[in-house]
Structure formats: structure tokens, C-alpha cells
Design a protein around this ligand. Structure first.
Ligand SMILES: CC(C)(COP(=O)(O)OP(=O)(O)OC[C@H]1O[C@@H](n2cnc3c(N)ncnc32)[C@H](O)[C@@H]1OP(=O)(O)O)[C@@H](O)C(=O)NCCC(=O)NCCS
Length: 228
């Protein structure tokens, strides 16, 4: 009976409509912002941090030990975040927005997304293909997992997949329905296609819509946090 009781998760209700389930010890679940969905943690010494100025709608599931999920100030995120494994980190920088994003962080890897990014709908960011592609002769796996790093002020178009091993420099745009699977080191690039390639250089983007933007408007995201 005692074993049964200790195996039950610790359940907490959060406002406005969320539930937090925790199986484990020494987890620090600091959810200060508006959270609507579920937060499930199985394991020990995990840290999940959502500051008061950020709102989150969706689900976070962590299975492992020493995992850190850190979300910055002033984010608006609709996401499913799944982290399986130990000593992994998921970081989302301040001011970033997700319309609907699935983040999968498994196989000892990390996901880092910078500040002031804008992710549209139906996007996946994944560090692993989740199953093995094998060389028939040697039996060796051909598709190892790898971390994903996305810089500051990156706009990701609707329906894109950002796959294992991707890095995207600051101030880039990813076109709709792209499959991105390698490093893109030059900031100000328009990346698009399946697989994604650089199709234009020297670009930036803005959330607003008008014919022309001033240099100050185009660079507003570069200001340090307190000046915005
Ligand atoms: C990336 C994007 C902004 C570029 O817009 P644009 O500059 O008007 O692009 P164009 O239609 O002039 O296309 C320029 C070239 O890029 C190619 N291209 C544009 N978007 C592409 C995409 N998603 N995938 C592959 N190629 C693409 C075009 O085929 C064209 O190639 P060509 O010069 O060989 O003919 C736009 O195509 C896009 O993908 N928008 C998605 C927006 C979105 O997801 N909004 C959701 C709200 S957050």
C-alpha cells in the first residue's frame, strides 16, 4: 500500500486551467506566468521556469533527471514540449512567440531558441528522428541525434520542420513548409525548401506591415531588453 501511495504523482492545480503532475524529488517547477495545459515531470532534479510576464498554452512533459526548461520574459507560446533523457536543456529566449509548435528534445541533446523569434503554426523542432535509419551492410545507425540552435529574431514559416543538427543564425527567415536539417551560419538569410537552402541574402523581417521600414525599426530587436 505504501509503495502504491509513493508511486502516485504529486498533483497541483494551477491557474487559470492547468494541472501539474510530478513524480520524483528535488524538482523546481517555477511557473509564475499564465499557464494553460499540463505540466508532467517524471524524475529528479529537473528545473522548469516560466516567468510572470510569459504565457504558455499546451503541454510540457519531462522524463529524466537534471533537465532544464527555461523560458524567457514576455513570451507567448502555444506548444508541446517533450524532453526525454537526462542533463538536457531547452531554452527559449525572451519575447519569442509560437502559434503552434512541437519541440522534441531526446537522446542527450539540447534545443536553444533565441530572443524575439516568431514561429508560425504546425512547426516541429526535433533533435532526433525518433527511430533509427540503418546501413544494411554494417547495421550501423546513420541518423544520430544532434542539438538544434536557433539564433535571435528568426521567423519560421508555417508548417516547417527544423530537424536534428540545425543551426540558424540571427535574423533569418525560414519559408513555409521548409525542411531544415543543417547549419545556416549567415545572418540575414532567407532559407526555404525541402531540403532548405539559402534562397536570398541580406534580408530581415518585421511583425508589422507597411511599404517601408526605417533602419531603427528594422534593428529594434537588437536593443538590450530594458530599452525595448
Ligand atoms: C519566405 C517568404 C516570406 C518569401 O516571400 P517572397 O519574398 O514574396 O517570396 P517570392 O514568392 O517572391 O519567392 C522568391 C523565391 O523564393 C522561392 N520561395 C519562396 N518561399 C518558398 C518556400 N516556402 N519554399 C520554397 N521556395 C520558396 C520562390 O519559389 C521564389 O523562387 P524563384 O525566384 O526561383 O522563382 C514566403 O514565401 C513564405 O514562405 N511565407 C510564409 C509566411 C508564413 O508562414 N506566415 C505565417 C504567419 S507567421
Amino acid at each position: 500500500m505504501r509503495d502504491f501511495l509513493t508511486a502516485l504523482p504529486c498533483i497541483r492545480w494551477m491557474r487559470p486551467l492547468a494541472v501539474k503532475l510530478e513524480w520524483g524529488r528535488e524538482n523546481v517547477l517555477s511557473i509564475k506566468g499564465r499557464f494553460n495545459g499540463t505540466l508532467r515531470v517524471k524524475g529528479n532534479n529537473n528545473r522548469i521556469q516560466i516567468p510572470a510576464s510569459t504565457s504558455f498554452r499546451g503541454h510540457i512533459f519531462v522524463q529524466g533527471n537534471n533537465v532544464t526548461v527555461t523560458i524567457g520574459e514576455h513570451c507567448r507560446l502555444a506548444a508541446d514540449i517533450v524532453v526525454k533523457g537526462s542533463n538536457q536543456t531547452v531554452t527559449i529566449g525572451e519575447g519569442t512567440t509560437f502559434a503552434s509548435v512541437y519541440l522534441l528534445c531526446i537522446e542527450a541533446s539540447h534545443i536553444r531558441i533565441g530572443r524575439w523569434c516568431m514561429f508560425s503554426r504546425e512547426i516541429e523542432v526535433r533533435t532526433s528522428d525518433a527511430h533509427s535509419l540503418l546501413d544494411r551492410k554494417t547495421g550501423k545507425r546513420l541518423n544520430p541525434a544532434a542539438s538544434v540552435t536557433i539564433g535571435d529574431h528568426v521567423w519560421v514559416g508555417v508548417g516547417s520542420i527544423i530537424n536534428k543538427g540545425t543551426t540558424i543564425a540571427d535574423d533569418c527567415v525560414v519559408g513555409a513548409k521548409s525542411f531544415v536539417n543543417k547549419p545556416f551560419a549567415e545572418s540575414g538569410s532567407l532559407i526555404a525548401g525541402v531540403p532548405a537552402k539559402v534562397i536570398k541574402k541580406g534580408v530581415t523581417w518585421h511583425r508589422g506591415r507597411k511599404r517601408k521600414f526605417s533602419p531603427a525599426e528594422m534593428d529594434v530587436w537588437r536593443l538590450p531588453p530594458n530599452d525595448l
